[in-house]
Design a protein around this ligand. Structure first.
Ligand code: MLT
Ligand code: MN
Ligand code: ZN
Length: 279
């Protein structure tokens, strides 16, 4: 299985358009919004989430560019972990891809109905439950009850956020993708067991990080801080642990920071956009 990290930042990316915090103005290597591409055969690709940066992510990734026919594309579908706009708004930008199947938990597909009505005006897409993909065994685990802010009052239930475990049936390689973790949830340890790479929620480094920009606390936003997951990782050697969905307030964005060094010292990775894994 080939895995490409198309984007590794949280909503808004880094730098973020409305933010003049020290990290957004430091001239760091930019990061686009969280999105991953996976493929069992290197020819047909599936997106895990579909970020608002999808246009530049596709055009910047040779394996995902169109061809050889004038309107042939290598995308075969999309899997959504949640209905947050930073994970789903890219679907609107791919509206000409008639028939592209989008798979998500039912509550997520239902919350996205307003977006689906727009997209379906351009070509009937298939909105399907989560299932295996060609050459890839897919399982999901509910990891958070956080509803999107725009969800209608009638949208209740859940699960609102899931993590995916994707196993290549021929190589046995396993990727776990968990960009939004409210806690270290029940069942997560067995979900990641035997994984080669685990992409974890790296939105915030510390529990008081949003105070600096006047925001709510991290757990209210549905994101377990890296300081809490590093302690878990230390007790769980085996997979390569990598943080993604990094918020623009997160000091690990700066490679010269003590926090960046602490993540690497704990044996975890902070992969930049464009990182590839072969599992
Ligand atoms: C999140 O990751 O918590 C969401 O993207 C935040 C939001 O867009 O409201
Ligand atoms: Mn997000
Ligand atoms: Zn900022």
């Amino acid at each position: 299985m080939k895995v490409i990290l198309l984007g590794t930042a949280a909503g808004g990316g880094c730098p973020q358009w409305n933010c003049a915090c020290p990290l957004c103005t430091a001239g760091l290597e930019p990061r686009t919004q969280d999105c991953v591409a996976v493929s069992a055969d290197g020819a047909g690709w599936y997106l895990l989430n579909c970020s608002p940066d999808i246009r530049s992510q596709l055009l910047g990734t040779p394996a995902l560019r169109p061809g050889p026919g004038p309107r042939e594309i290598p995308l075969r579908g999309v899997l959504l972990t949640d209905a947050e706009l930073d994970h789903a708004l890219g679907l609107v930008l791919l509206r000409e891809a008639g028939g592209l199947p989008v798979r998500a938990p039912e509550a997520v597909s239902r919350a996205l109905l307003p977006v689906r009505e727009i997209i379906d005006g351009y070509g009937g897409w298939d909105w399907l439950p989560v299932s295996d993909l060609p050459g890839l065994r897919v399982t999901c685990l509910p990891v958070s009850d956080k509803r999107p802010k725009y969800a209608r009052a009638s949208d209740q239930g859940g699960p609102w956020v899931v993590a995916y475990r994707i196993e290549d049936v021929s190589t046995g390689g396993v990727l776990v993708y968990a960009p939004c973790l409210k806690s270290w949830p029940a069942g997560f340890d067995s979900f990641v067991e035997g994984a080669d790479v685990v992409l974890l929620d790296g939105t915030f480094y510390a529990p008081d990080e949003m105070a600096g920009v006047g925001g709510p606390d991290q757990l209210a936003m549905g994101h377990l801080p890296i300081t809490a997951s590093l302690a878990r990782i230390a007790e769980r050697p085996g997979p390569r642990w990598a943080f993604t969905h990094l918020n623009n307030t997160n000091p690990v964005l700066d490679p010269a920071s003590a926090e960046h060094a602490a993540v690497l010292a704990a044996g975890a990775l902070l992969p930049p956009d464009g990182t590839e894994f072969s599992l």
